[in-house]
Each structure stands twice: as structure tokens, then as C-alpha cells.
Design a protein around this ligand. Sequence first.
Ligand SMILES: CSC[C@H]1O[C@H](OP(=O)(O)O)[C@H](O)[C@@H]1O
Ligand SMILES: Nc1ncnc2[nH]cnc12
Length: 314
Amino acid sequence: MTDLTPSTTEQAEIGIIGGSGLYRLDALEDVHEIALPNPYGVPSDDILVGTLAGRRVAFLARHGRGHRLTPSEIPVAANIYALKSLGIREVISISAVGSLREDFAPGDLVVPDQIVDRTRGHRTTSFFGGGVVAHVSLADPYCSRLRPLAAKAARQATQAQVHDAGTYCCMEGPQFSTRAESNLYRSWGMDIIGMTAIPEVKLAREAELCYVGLALVTDYDCWRAETGEADVTAGLVAEVMERNIAAAKDTLVRLIETLDADPVCSCQEALSDAIITEPSVVPKETRVRTNAVSGRYLPLDVADAQDSIAPNSR
Ligand SMILES: CSC[C@H]1O[C@H](OP(=O)(O)O)[C@H](O)[C@@H]1O
Ligand SMILES: Nc1ncnc2[nH]cnc12
């Protein structure tokens, strides 16, 4: 069997996941490109580790460079596992989204605080299973510490409207919504729509990473046709992203400048009371598979674990 254990001496502090329209960061300096296949698969692309605003940053193009992967094909677990293996503790995720409300206009930036999962259940949404069960809290799926910092950085970077909060509706795609679906999501009180934040946000929490989203509004989906607004198309998304990508990059730099070198956050303790399985019954191969994510709770040395690790302790 191929050994998929990630092996690199490269380390980074902050992960950036670039979505539609953001496939590389030219401002990264001293860049190393690393392939990091791991027990959860092969990431969307090689990871670019470099320096940005004085910090070691790992950049990953979510859909791969050239935009090769549909939202359903993105190997999210492999992506998050690879970033975690590099030592990162915070993830900044950039996305294009449609707006489901009048006052979130194309060109605006949203820092979502909530999410509703409308994907179809075919994506890998947990690192656990195979003899270990964990239930992390997702009550606040995005990092409450990073969100205000991101909103502040966005306000400094752009004249555009910045919304501090919003509920992201994550649909499966790759087709855009029907008008009936778009109106249904609006009636449910959702604010923005995209196809990729699930399971990223869930897996980041399981990996004890702080996760913040920077969502760039590119369109009004298809609910506003009566006003003469064009229905969303991939071309429209690409065009609006191109116009706003400089503001997103500037926001990234300003946000990174404000991040602590040694962040303390409850996201980074998310598993401390989540693993319900008695450590002594967790199979060795499961410990090995999940090691980068839960190794601090399920050390590889089973004999030690049996004797000394109480459930839910570190
Ligand atoms: C290119 S239009 C639809 C596409 O754009 C968004 O991707 P991302 O979140 O990676 O910026 C949306 O979720 C769809 O995948
Ligand atoms: N209207 C929309 N629906 C789903 N994903 C999107 N990404 C950008 N605009 C979108």
C-alpha cells in the first residue's frame, strides 16, 4: 500500500484557501511548493508555503490551479489535514458567493457567522469514524475571535460595504439554484449562497483550527429577475471576482498583520471534550490515520494510552 503519511519539514502558521478567482498569491515570498498526500487523499493542488506580511503562510487553491475541481470533487478532508500537518493554527478562506438579500450587493464583502448545510451528504464531513467517535460543537461554526479582525481588515482595505455577519447557505452545485430554491433560501433568512464552505468549516473545527471566511459577493443569484437583474452565471462570477480580487488580497495582508504569533482560542481546544470513544478501544490504524488531527488526545502509543489517557482529557 502507498504510504500517504505526509512528510515535510516545512512549517507554516496561517493557511489561506483561495476560491474561485484566487489561484495564487503573487505577494508570497520565499515560496516552496509542496505535495502533501495524506491518509485522507491528495489535496486539491500542491501547497505553496511562503512569507506574507512577515508570517509563514500556506496557500492552497481550493479548486486546484486552473479551476479543475467541482465543489463536490474538492478533497476537503485531504486539504485540511495537509494544512494541519504543516502546523497551521488559523485558516482564512476566500470565496465567491451569491447574495440572497437586497442590501448585500455585488462587490460587497461578508464575514459570515453562520452556515446552513444544503449539500447532499456525499462529501466527507468528518475525520472520525473507523472506531473513534467525536462530536465537536458547531454552534458558532466560524471563529468568533478572527471574525471581527477580518471585518476590520476588510474595512481598511476597501471602500466597499463590509458586512460583519451573515448566514452562508451551502448548496451542492455545480448547477446554480433554481429561482424557486433561491426564493426558498431567502424565505429561510439566509444571506449568501455558495457551494464550498461545507465541509471546510466542519473539518477545520475538528482539526482544532480557527477558521474565518471572507466572502466576496459576486451576484444576486437568480431571485431578482423582476428588477431586470441578470441571473448568475460562472462568467459573471469570474468577472466580478477579477474586479474585487485586489481588495481581497489587501484584506488578507492587513488581517495577517494583526494576527497573534501565538493565538489562544477555544477553536484550538475543540476536541478536548468531543472524543467520546474510550481511547483504549481506538484501533491503531485509526490513531495513525487521524494523527495530525487528534494525536494529542489519541497518541500512537496504545499501551501508554490505555494506562494514562482518560476519555475527554488531553
Ligand atoms: C465560479 S461560480 C461558482 C463557484 O464559485 C464559488 O466557489 P468558491 O467558494 O471556491 O469561491 C462557489 O462556491 C462555486 O464553487
Ligand atoms: N449565486 C451563487 N450560487 C452558488 N454559488 C455561487 N458562487 C458565486 N455566486 C454563487
